[in-house]
Design a protein around this ligand. Structure first.
Ligand SMILES: Nc1ncnc2c1ncn2[C@@H]1O[C@H](COP(=O)(O)OP(=O)(O)OP(=O)(O)O)[C@@H](O)[C@H]1O
Length: 343
């Protein structure tokens, strides 16, 4: 009988996923990973997970991945961030931790398949089982999974792929189950408050105020530290000007923030490196859909794969992409064709 490891976070989505698999009579066990050194709160969460697993009649395994998480996720994040990029550590974590080391640990514990509470679907495709968007558009997480190697999808299950987030808590309640944390997970799990206090806790002091200049090179104000701003941002600039100002770019070397008008915010091309190909380009439509941030409507584009680089030309210009973020290429049916890192 196929054995399934369900990656349990302590949150509502993965707990409901476990219950759903159990109700289908799957041979399933829970697997919880510590990504950060354990605190009293973590021990409380694990104790709650034990109770929930007992109620469901499944075993719970725990593994400590905190050393690997520190080396492979947190330290590269700090390096990229101090180089002025806006990295996407959740996408790396999915690739290297959840569908990497966690999956490996699950196999060692006897699992043939890994299930998670992500809002994504696995569907048959020309390239074998493929990754598709989750049906709930407000929760679809396929963007964050686009760096995971395509071979994973043969052995992965997403029990919530066809469900809607709003139904999750009522569904748990009906079953008499309680997640330790019913809140949405915070944006980046290892940054509890803000980037600056996280980095200063690591002995890194980010540069302070510096000049704000227009695209044309005119200095029009002072910023409060580049780390506070991301491309496309409008709020918080606190500069009175003839027209609304948006963050266009950051120059880390000179500690300068470059701003401009809304029409200077659009880009017609974008390049992404370290391409992860899920479907060979020969099977891509002429104009696939490209997404360069999580909360963004994907736009039609021409995409060329040159070596391991994705060269994108948007049919209609898109908001300036942010270096370090993920670029995901989709088919019209919502299948992830490729992912890469924006440069
Ligand atoms: N510490 C962990 N140990 C094992 N699996 C985890 C852990 N954290 C997250 N996961 C898995 O990754 C999925 C997506 O995680 P994410 O942090 O995006 O949480 P989420 O969408 O709020 O889901 P949940 O409500 O289950 O926490 C989870 O549903 C779970 O399957």
């Amino acid at each position: 009988m196929t054995s399934i490891a369900l990656a349990l976070s302590g949150g509502a989505d993965s707990l409901l996923s476990l219950a759903l698999l159990k109700e289908q009579n799957a041979h399933v066990f829970g697997l919880h990973a510590l990504f950060l050194p354990a605190t009293a709160k973590d021990l409380e969460r694990i104790s709650n997970l034990r109770t929930q697993c007992r109620l469901l009649g499944v075993r719970l395994e725990t593994i400590d991945l905190s050393d690997a998480f520190e080396k492979q996720i947190i330290q590269p994040f700090i390096r990229a961030y101090t180089q002025g990029k806006t990295p996407n550590p959740c996408a790396w974590c999915n690739r290297d931790m959840k569908f990497g080391l966690l999956f490996e640990a699950a196999r060692k514990l006897g699992a043939d398949q890994l299930a998670t509470g992500h809002y994504c679907r696995i569907q048959p495709s020309v390239a074998g089982p493929g990754l598709f968007r989750g049906l709930d558009p407000s929760k679809d997480q396929s963007y964050f999974l686009s760096l995971v190697g395509a071979s994973a999808w043969k052995q992965v299950l997403f029990p919530l792929g066809e469900r809607f987030k709003k139904d999750v808590l009522p569904a748990l309640k009906r079953r008499g189950l309680n997640a330790a944390s019913e809140e949405e997970s915070q944006e980046i799990c290892f940054i509890p408050d803000n980037y600056r206090s996280f980095l200063s806790s690591r002995g890194i002091l980010l540069p302070g105020p510096g000049p704000v200049v227009t695209r044309e090179g005119k200095q029009i104000g002072t910023h409060q530290g580049l780390w506070r701003y991301t491309q496309g941002q409008r709020r918080g600039l606190k500069i009175a000007y003839a027209h609304p100002l948006y963050v266009i770019d950051k120059d880390i070397r000179t500690n300068t923030l470059i701003v401009g008008s809304r029409d200077q915010l659009w880009a017609s091309t974008c390049t992404a490196i370290h391409a992860n190909i899920m479907v060979p380009p020969a099977h891509w439509p002429e104009h696939p859909l490209v997404q360069t941030r999580y909360r963004q409507q994907a736009g039609r584009a021409r995409v060329r794969l040159v070596g391991k680089t994705l060269e994108v030309e948007f049919i209609t210009p898109q908001e300036v992409p942010t270096p370090g973020q993920v670029l995901t290429v989709y088919s019209r049916e919502g299948q992830v064709l490729a992912g890469g890192i924006i440069v």
